[in-house]
Design a protein around this ligand. Structure first.
Ligand code: NAD
Length: 354
């Protein structure tokens, strides 16, 4: 893993890990010097939010159960107004990337500290990145202001994640690690975390599928999510993430599922240009090439493998390729429209990566 030169920095984030650790939220608030939490959830997880509010008692000043996909600015503004009106001194986001995104959007506007209690593997809790949408346009910003201060990883909370979402969310997390391996600003630490994150998912995901209530295996996947999320926050991403951003933003495809479908194809696209860096993926997932190894792993986990099954029209593939080549960005292999269009065709049909 040694590199002759690198520069790196990691934000000061407190992480507490363990089954049942959510019950220590009150202690964590005290340690942070806060006592008036606004709890955030999606409407689907409103009951969980109510349980947290009840457990906190006077420590919770309200629940905002309106978090939604893509962090629309209008929702962020009304949640921010609520936080100010209730004189909240922190936000507690309980949920996946959408809920964490709302907490970040409030922090951006108010500087309130954030405690995140993740219930998916998306990894947003470990980054200073915020994606927001306004007028149908998704923009992304990176700021220390949106980096959550405290993360409580409780395996008991991911137990309720349906099996299909467990798999797609895990592949979403793995994609952060896979692209971190060839990031231009990688460091020995980001590579160490990325490889260990991939290993954790490789080891634990099959056990979670066998028994979704296996707390130890759930804990190991959450450990993978922490590592993968931390590398996402530490290094730059390339083709895979840009392509998923295009497909999600312009064609309204579901986030985690799109990552699951694209990952083997994006890694196959880059594998000749970053052969040594990606080689460990073939070893960890036991395949002839990194892309093929990820494809086989996804198949064995019953992950979605075709964009057409996610609602993507074949007639839109040309436009997707056009949008994806519009803004140039660094990638180990140059972004060539013809090759990218072929990648999209294979991903649309659910073919093996080329
Ligand atoms: P999500 O947060 O949108 O959750 C999807 C659905 O699953 C919601 O209805 C949610 O309530 C439900 N859910 C979540 N956890 C559950 C559980 N344990 N049991 C039952 N239901 C549960 O999905 P996601 O994939 O976690 O997040 C996707 C969003 O996060 C996207 O908008 C993406 O752009 C963003 N994201 C941002 C970053 C970042 O660093 N900024 C990183 C990753 C993802």
């Amino acid at each position: 893993l040694f590199q002759e030169s690198f520069a790196t920095s990691f934000p000061a984030v407190r992480v507490r890990f363990g089954a049942g650790v959510r019950h220590l939220l009150g202690d964590e608030m005290t340690a942070l010097g806060v006592s008036r939490a606004l709890i955030l959830t999606t409407p689907q997880q409103a009951d969980t939010g109510a349980e947290f509010a009840e457990a906190l008692g006077a420590g919770a000043v309200g629940v905002f159960a309106g978090a939604t996909m893509h962090t629309p600015v209008a929702v962020s503004e009304s949640a921010t107004a609520r936080a100010l009106e209730l004189r909240a001194d922190c936000v507690v986001a309980v949920g996946g990337g959408s809920t964490t995104g709302l907490g970040k959007a409030i922090a951006l506007r108010t500087d309130l500290p954030q405690i995140v209690i993740p219930t998916t593997y998306a990894g947003s809790e470990a980054t200073g990145i915020l994606g927001q949408t306004e007028g149908g346009r998704k923009t992304t910003l990176t700021s220390a202001k949106v980096q959550p201060e405290v993360i409580l990883y409780d395996a008991e909370l991911v137990r309720s994640l349906p099996v299909s979402m467990t798999v797609t969310s895990a592949l979403n997390a793995m994609a952060h690690a896979a692209e971190a391996l060839y990031a231009q600003n990688r460091s020995p630490l980001s590579t160490l975390m990325a490889l260990e994150g991939l290993r954790a998912f490789r080891a634990a995901l099959p056990r979670v599928l066998d028994n979704p209530d296996d707390l130890r295996a759930r804990g190991e996947t959450l450990y993978g999510a922490w590592l993968c999320g931390t590398v996402l926050g530490s290094v730059g991403m390339a083709l895979h993430h840009k392509l998923c951003h295009t497909l999600g933003g312009s064609f309204d495809l579901p986030h985690a599922e799109t990552h699951a479908v694209i990952l083997p194809h994006a890694i196959a696209y880059n594998e000749a240009a970053a052969a040594d860096l990606l080689a460990p993926i073939a070893t960890i997932f036991d395949g002839p090439t990194p892309g093929e190894a990820l494809h086989r792993f996804a198949l064995s986990m019953n992950a979605p493998t075709a964009l057409r099954d996610l609602g993507m029209a074949e007639a839109n593939l040309d436009r997707a390729a056009d949008i994806a080549v519009q803004n140039p960005y660094w990638n180990p292999r140059p972004i060539e429209r013809t090759a990218l269009r072929q990648l999209l065709q294979a991903a649309w049909a659910g073919d093996a990566p080329q």
